[in-house]
Design a protein around this ligand. Structure first.
Ligand code: NZQ
Ligand code: ZN
Length: 387
């Protein structure tokens, strides 16, 4: 096992009707909040009204910014940061999925920075004392509710870039599973694929002696595989939604990577597809991950065979390579047949004309992959296998 520091300051308030806590939690940090939301969903499903009522009861003054889009854009971050500066905002409260939460973190950092918030994503600036962020999570997927990551797109440059900073963890996150009853089937599927992908990124490594991390990862994967189809068939199944929600948080809150190692090449490969073609994050990963697995499994056949046995219930007496390939195929089938995801670029009418550009851009900030470190030619082959 490798050395690590595990420090997760995000307070999680989980369960039925916990949305009513948002006012008190916010007021304990600041009395003037920027309330950040996405599109119409929170107004249609009543979440917005409940949040406002709770904030009102706690005497929190609210300034609003709505319209954060999936794959949130830097222009909204710039607007939000200006709003915070001009209105003396004390806390940014995100009510939504990963996109709203990521935008909130970037706004919170931009609010106390004199330059352009895109500088963080270019890795030429780090946040200094960002405003605190609180969240009310409405979609189980990214883990942004309990980590220091933010991922923002810049349509002017055609880039989508992640940024991590230890000061960007939400101070609190309200995880009320019933708020996800209205998540549509395709977004529920995308969320499940994202959660699984976060586990894959931190499970397929070459670090020895990590039985605890491996076992937790396998339990999260089985939990998602069991519960996502239930939530798709019966959107208001509380237990299925609750299990997906807690899986979302545990998959990317620093726990799995502690003592192990993250890969993250597939995420960077997928981000290019979102940046260039607007694919939803989970939709991109559904295509990339099985193809990444096929390209790298030989480096650690034993781990891929273990995945097939412990996650997909395959017979452990089978030949290791056959098991490894069987686990990859089971993953692909689960995405396609059980979750109804598209697993090729062709199904999205995307051809290979921008592969070279995407491969170049994916590696422009840092080298890609830790299980296997990719050259540009490897990325080109992965994109080609996705067609
Ligand atoms: O905009 P609204 O109307 O709210 O609709 C959203 C959006 O259209 C809808 N939705 C959310 N909650 C709902 C709901 N619809 C009905 N009922 C509800 N309760 O779902 C759509 C997608 O929302 P979005 O926030 O974009 O999805 P997700 O949570 O998957 O976030 C994706 C973003 O997070 C980034 C992705 O790259 C992408 O930009 N990621 C963030 C990470 C992090 N911070 O750690 C890690 C991830 O790997 C990922 O990169
Ligand atoms: Zn992800």
């Amino acid at each position: 096992m490798e050395n690590f520091v595990y420090h997760n300051p995000a307070k999680i308030i989980f369960g039925k009707d916990q949305i009513s806590q948002v006012g008190a939690e916010t007021a304990a940090i600041g009395k003037k909040a920027l309330l950040l939301t996405g599109g119409a969903s929170v107004k249609q499903n009543g979440v917005y009204d409940k949040v406002l009522a709770s904030l009102d009861e706690a005497c929190v003054t609210v300034v609003e910014q709505s319209g954060i889009v999936p794959n949130p854009v830097i222009e909204s971050v710039r607007e939000g940061a200006e709003l915070c500066k001009n209105k003396n905002i004390e806390i940014v409260l995100a009510v939504g999925g990963g996109s709203v939460i990521d935008a909130a973190k970037a706004i919170a950092a931009g609010a106390t920075y004199d330059g352009d918030p895109w500088d963080f994503f270019k890795r030429i600036a780090v946040p200094e004392k960002p405003l605190p962020v609180g969240t009310v999570l409405t979609l189980s997927a990214t883990g942004s509710e309990a980590n220091g990551n933010t991922v923002i797109s810049n349509p002017e440059t055609g880039e989508k870039r992640p940024f991590y900073h230890s000061t960007l963890f939400p101070r609190f996150s309200i995880l009320d599973p019933a708020l996800t009853f209205t998540v549509p089937k395709d977004q529920t599927a995308n969320g499940a694929i994202d959660i699984l992908s976060h586990v894959f990124e931190q499970y397929f490594h070459n670090v020895k002696a990590t039985p605890l991390q491996d076992g937790i990862a396998e339990t999260i994967m089985r939990t998602v595989i069991d519960n996502a189809p239930v939530a798709i068939k019966k959107p208001d199944d509380y237990d299925a939604r609750a299990n997906l929600m807690w899986s979302s948080t545990l998959a990317l809150n620093g726990l799995l990577v502690s003592g192990a190692r993250g890969d993250w090449a597939s995420h960077m490969i997928g981000h290019e597809l979102s940046a260039k073609y607007g694919l939803a994050h989970g939709a991109a990963l559904a295509i990339v991950f099985p193809n990444w697995m096929k390209r790298v499994y030989k480096v650690n056949i034993a781990k891929f065979a273990r995945f097939a046995v412990n996650v997909w219930g395959m017979d452990k007496s089978t030949d290791a390579e056959e098991l490894a390939l069987g686990g990859i195929e089971a993953t692909n089938r689960f995405f396609k047949e059980t979750l109804g995801a598209k697993v090729t670029l062709g199904e999205h009418s995307i051809d290979g004309s921008r592969i070279d550009e995407m491969a170049e851009s994916a590696m422009s900030i840092s080298s890609l992959g830790s299980l296997v470190t990719f050259k540009k030619s490897d990325l080109v082959k992965i994109y080609e296998s996705c067609l």
